[in-house]
Design a binder for this molecule. Structure first.
Ligand code: UFG
Length: 343
């Protein structure tokens, strides 16, 4: 049991954060969430309570508020931090680069200074497979050179660099840089999941809204890529597997110092059409689609999937769930949240 450990989860009401909080509570950790609900809702805490039987402590604050961060560390005996909070919309980051750099970098520097002020030196950081850029061939390995093609991606690259430099400056820090591939799915209860505001930018929230009859058809961004069916290939990972990866990373930082970048992916790639077909199979719904142009600026790599060997070796962790599980649980969430009176 980990009852003695208190973990601060920034962005704990968000998509990946909320699933991770449920698993932390189930594993016996005390959980403190700091969130400003800029892209989530306080209702998520009720859902976490319904799933885990425990309510995490909440500090409603913006991470850029150094006083609020200080108070948070004064108030709770935090000994490790999982840092999810960030702006994450790739398209928006291109339109508002200054806001993205300011927000994502300032959140992390304020947090880290708050941690250092209280001698808390264990950090699990949400990075992204986006740091592999466009020039590396899949499967992506952690020792490949990193870069980015949009401001969001650069904030991840820069933060990885900053945390690596921090670790070099003070070897007592213990940091994991988790490079997520494409999270899909939801908690099997359907109580929490990926529910962005407005027209979704990502594949599965869009498919969910088409299945729910809220949007008419899925635009498939290009079917002329050099892949077997012409659509892009991604490494989709169930958000429950991803959350388990965070617990494995946490175990690791309680026993190791230094910094490690680790992929959290399955190592298996699926095309957009593979996802649509699997979703139709498990939901029984038809997903109308139309082939649209590629995303602007050729922003999609044709193939992006992980080499998951390092996570298996270092964290003793690997994924357990497959594409059908991801689609089924996404559909359960859509039924629960999007079409309340139907299905
Ligand atoms: N796609 C469509 N139609 C849509 C939405 C997506 O065809 O309406 C396609 C995309 O072109 C891509 C695939 O579905 O081929 C997956 O797209 P997502 O937007 O779901 O995911 P991305 O791989 O583009 O981006 C995700 C995260 C980013 C992260 C990136 C790299 O959203 O934050 O993975 O890890 F940077």
């Amino acid at each position: 049991m980990n009852a003695k450990h208190t973990v601060l989860v920034t962005g704990g009401a968000g998509y990946i954060g909320s699933h991770t909080c449920c698993q932390l509570l189930n594993a016996g950790y005390n959980v403190v969430i700091i969130d400003n609900f800029s892209n989530s809702s306080p209702d998520v805490l009720d859902a976490i309570m319904a799933i885990s039987g425990k309510r995490p402590a909440l500090v409603e604050a913006d991470l850029r508020d150094a006083d609020a961060v200080r108070v948070c560390f004064d108030q709770y005996p935090i000994d490790a931090v999982i840092h999810f909070a960030a702006l994450k919309a790739v398209g928006e980051s291109t339109a508002k680069p200054v806001e993205y750099y300011e927000h994502n970098l300032l959140c992390t520097t304020t947090l880290v200074k708050g941690m250092r002020g209280r001698g808390v030196k264990r950090l699990v950081y949400s990075s992204s497979a986006t740091v592999y850029g466009m020039d590396n061939p899949a499967p992506f390995r952690e020792d490949m050179p990193i870069s980015a093609i949009n401001p969001y991606g650069w904030t991840k690259v820069m933060t990885e660099r900053m945390l690596t430099d921090l670790s070099a400056s003070d070897p007592e820090w213990s940091i994991t840089l988790l490079r997520y591939f494409n999270p899909l799915g939801a908690h099997p209860s359907g109580l929490i999941g990926d529910d962005p505001n407005g027209i979704p930018a990502n594949l599965m929230p869009y498919v969910n809204k088409v299945a729910a009859g809220i949007l008419p058809e899925l635009p498939v961004f290009g079917d002329d890529y050099p892949t077997p069916d012409g659509t892009c290939i991604r490494d989709y990972i169930h958000v429950m597997d991803l959350a388990e990866g965070h617990l494995a990373a946490l175990d690791y930082i309680y026993t190791h110092n230094g910094v490690e970048a680790v992929n959290l992916g399955t190592g298996v790639g699926y095309s957009v059409f593979d996802v649509v077909r699997a979703y139709e199979r498990v939901s029984g719904r038809t997903i109308p689609y139309r082939v649209a142009s590629r995303r602007p600026n050729n922003a999609d790599a044709p193939k992006a999937y992980a080499d998951p060997a390092k996570a298996a070796r270092v964290f003793n962790w690997k994924t357990k769930r497959g594409l059908d599980d991801m689609c089924r649980d996404s559909w359960t969430f859509a039924k629960t949240r999007l079409i309340k009176s139907d299905a």
